[in-house]
Design a protein around this ligand. Structure first.
Ligand code: SF4
Length: 432
């Protein structure tokens, strides 16, 4: 049986799309391998959201150039956000790549596979469902529900690479989730660059709350999450749905990016600090046990010490469970790249990054310490270094030791140890 290797970096959307590509390749008779060197077909699923990610893509393409020299018939495919509209230009720069296709452009992938004699059937046209032989490696699955982004935040390359928003019909998503549940999936995470704007482009104009209500009715499904949320698109209806639907987890990723109004304006985020603050208060009023994560960019062009302090104070005030921090990195083609000079030095960016990191570690350690002694439901996702691990509904990572096989089970764990990043405890009862 021929083997494929898929190399993936970047966001959850990329990981979900790699699973879909893997599902397709399984359908046409390939099997996965974990090594470039053993593969009969290689797919690179790329990210260019930061320079460091792009550098990794370029490094891997360089490595593949060498491999291709020794194996001239080895097909190499590249997808993800590295693939811009100038595919002819990419072909000239990387002649050892056989095929470039845009993120989510599965019909192009299938046509290419058919042209190569790899696929002669139409089975692979199941765009999203994993194939019949697919076994869930974990009880959790990521489901892209909306592609692209209409927002054009000034620093972001995503809308240029993934295009405008395109939602999948409600029935298609419901059908996929039902299929996954039959194969052992217990938790789904609905994905979109801006998941809150789901449905506006569909004829009936359903919204995310409507989709959540449909998924909540699926027997056998235990948990639903969705990310990433955009503060300007998070409606009261969606907050109320999160509060009232029993399978929707008390966990939201709500990227703020900065705590200063002038920086938010330059980022073109579409909200003020006060509007964000009110939104968080409203979420916490409706869902008191909510676990909130956010994203922060430090060192945006022109960010003064005072403006950074505004961000720092907002983080102190909001006390998020998790903060994902990035240092600004100019992305050619974006509005910020065209309009602003990258004038915050690397040293200052690093210092601000570390200050936020330290602050968040101290906040998260206090939040997590409060969970000591609690018994919490955990969905077991796997085993690492002899310990089972899984997540709570609030997305806290939990480890416990036990000899029995708990993979895919919902269990109760009594927490006896905490850190800013994870919890540890003892299994109590199996609630599944
Ligand atoms: S919402 Fe902004 S940051 Fe997020 S993908 Fe869209 S343009 Fe990029």
């Amino acid at each position: 049986m021929p083997r494929y290797f898929i190399w993936t970096i970047g966001c959850q959307m990329n990981k979900a799309e790699s699973q879909q590509i893997a599902g397709y390749l399984n359908t046409v008779g390939y099997q996965a391998t974990s090594s470039f060197r053993e593969a009969d077909l290689i797919v690179l699923n790329t990210c260019v959201v930061r320079q460091s990610a792009e550098d990794k893509v370029l490094g891997t393409l360089g490595l593949l150039k060498g491999i291709k020299r020794g194996h001239p018939n080895l097909p190499i495919l590249v997808t993800g956000c590295f693939v811009d509209s100038d595919i002819e230009g990419l072909k000239k720069r990387f002649p050892w790549v056989d095929f470039f296709f845009k993120p989510g452009a599965y019909s192009e992938l299938i046509s290419w596979a058919q042209s190569q004699g790899i696929s002669t059937t139409e089975q692979g046209l199941l765009r999203y469902a994993r194939n019949d032989t697919w076994e869930a490696p974990s009880p959790c699955a990521f489901i892209p529900i909306i592609q692209g982004c209409d927002n054009f935040c000034s620093y972001c390359i995503v809308p240029y690479r993934r295009g405008r928003e395109i939602s999948r019909p409600v029935e298609e998503v419901v059908c996929e989730v039902k299929e996954l549940v039959k194969r052992g999936i217990k938790e789904v995470t609905l994905l979109g660059q801006n998941v809150d704007s789901y449905g506006h482009d569909l004829p009936e104009k359903p919204d995310l709350a409507d989709l959540l209500a449909r998924l909540n009715d699926i027997d056998g499904l235990a948990r639903i999450r969705f990310l990433t949320n955009h503060p300007k698109d998070m409606t009261l209806k969606l907050i109320q749905a999160t509060a009232s639907l029993d399978k929707v987890c008390e966990h939201l990723e709500l990227a703020v990016q900065a705590g200063d109004d002038d920086i938010l304006k330059a980022m073109r985020r579409g909200y003020t600090v006060e509007q964000y603050r009110e939104l968080v208060h409203s979420i916490r009023r409706h869902i008191p046990q909510i676990s909130l994560s956010t994203d922060i960019i430090v060192g945006f062009p022109g960010e003064t010490e005072e403006q950074f302090e505004h961000t720092f104070s907002l983080l102190e005030e909001m006390r998020f469970d998790v903060v994902h921090i990035a240092a600004y990195s100019p992305r050619p083609g974006t509005i910020a790249w065209r309009k602003y000079e990258d004038d915050v030095s690397p040293e200052i960016k690093k210092e601000r990054f570390h200050r936020v990191e330290e602050l968040q570690a101290s906040i998260a350690s206090v939040i997590n310490l409060q969970l000591r002694g609690w018994t919490i439901e955990v969905l077991v996702e796997g085993k690492k270094k002899g310990k089972w691990y899984g997540r709570t509904r609030g997305d806290k990572l939990v480890f416990f030791e036990d000899d029995a096989d708990w993979l895919g089970q919902l269990v109760e764990v009594k927490i006896d140890k905490t850190s800013p990043w994870a919890l540890q405890g003892k299994i109590k009862i199996n609630s599944d």
